[in-house]
Design a protein around this ligand. Structure first.
Ligand SMILES: NC(=O)c1ccc[n+]([C@@H]2O[C@H](COP(=O)([O-])OP(=O)(O)OC[C@H]3O[C@@H](n4cnc5c(N)ncnc54)[C@H](OP(=O)(O)O)[C@@H]3O)[C@@H](O)[C@H]2O)c1
Length: 289
């Protein structure tokens, strides 16, 4: 069985190591952290591994230190005697293969393996990992080996093209996954202005939120779009903006920015009148300072 070492056995590192260990995908070798206690706790959580062990016996080295430490950590590996053909992977979303440049002559094969999941509590992350998408960018053989390994722990994988702009790739994930809760919060604040509690607000919108998300994922954003903007109902948008502006100008600005983007999506859908959509764009134009 291939041997996995983890540099930075924190939330991501220990979650993946435990999944690989439990599924019999990899034997767990060195666990390298700054503090001995971290490595010991990781070994206890994983149920295997050698706190402070060496990297020379590893077939796969997973580097999952925080992003600010990643560049210098990888650069510091230059000169390490790796096993011939060893795979070195980092798990960052925003940082890419450029970090591996100092290891170009090492004989190792490098790959970015980004699991697109929020890893907060490792025990919970282990339990909910199935179905997680991990994107892979880097050397072909290393991608294939990690695709097999991630699929063996119930994950999915997708190869990213070589030239992918990682900052924009990461921004796209943040747009969809992190800004969705913000959108729901804005709706709850608007409910509160209408005198409706958060619990009732979620009870009212929970079913339509789930249904809309399913429709977006199945049919795409334009096809799933409904509501006053999609109908080109500029009078209704003007009423919303007026009331929101009286209640909370930040909520009104956020609503206007989203309504403007929704008008563009509605134009793509092609069901609303051009006049209605132009009127909405006019109503929601950014105000000069
Ligand atoms: N958390 C997420 O939701 C998530 C999701 C996808 C990808 N990622 C990526 O995965 C990577 C790790 O994130 P994380 O959230 O798992 O981090 P984390 O929980 O903070 O764990 C980081 C680990 O790295 C160790 N470490 C920190 N600096 C180190 C250094 N200079 N040398 C050796 N070990 C060091 C820490 O050990 P000590 O306790 O000893 O300092 C800890 O074990 C990052 O690139 C992140 O962008 C995170």
């Amino acid at each position: 069985m291939k041997r996995l070492a983890v540099i930075g056995p924190g939330r991501v590192g220990r979650t993946l190591a435990r999944l690989f260990h439990t599924a019999g995908v990899f034997e767990i070798g060195a666990l390298v952290a700054r503090q001995d206690e971290t490595a010991r706790q990781a070994a206890a959580f994983i149920g295997a591994g050698e706190p402070g062990g060496g990297l020379d016996a590893a077939d796969i080295i997973l580097v999952s230190v925080p992003d600010p430490a990643l560049e210098s950590m990888i650069a510091g590996l230059a000169g390490t005697p790796f096993k011939p053909g060893a795979i070195i992977a980092h798990t960052s979303g925003a940082l890419g293969p450029e970090l591996f440049a100092p290891l170009a002559d090492s004989g190792a094969r490098m790959v970015c393996a980004h699991p697109v999941k929020a890893f907060s509590d490792p025990a919970r992350s282990v339990a909910t990992f199935a179905g997680t998408m991990t994107t892979l960018q880097g050397e072909a053989g290393a991608r294939a080996a990690l695709a097999e390994a991630f699929q063996a722990i119930g994950g999915q994988t997708l190869d990213l093209p070589d030239g992918t702009d990682r900052t924009l790739y990461h921004a796209a994930i943040v747009f969809m996954a992190n800004h969705l809760p913000t959108l729901v919060q804005a709706g709850l604040e608007t409910f509160a202005r209408a005198g409706i509690s958060g619990a009732d607000g979620l009870a009212i919108t929970g079913p339509i939120l789930r249904d809309t998300l399913e429709a977006v994922l199945e049919r795409g954003p334009a096809a799933a779009l409904t509501g006053p903007v999609a109908r080109g109902d500029a009078a209704m948008i003007a009423r919303h903006l007026e009331k929101l502006g009286q209640a909370d100008t930040e909520l009104a600005s956020l609503y206007a920015a989203l309504a403007r983007a929704t008008a563009d999506l509605s134009a793509e859908k092609g069901e609303a009148s051009v006049e209605g959509l132009l009127a909405i764009r006019e109503l929601t134009a950014p105000k000069a300072d």
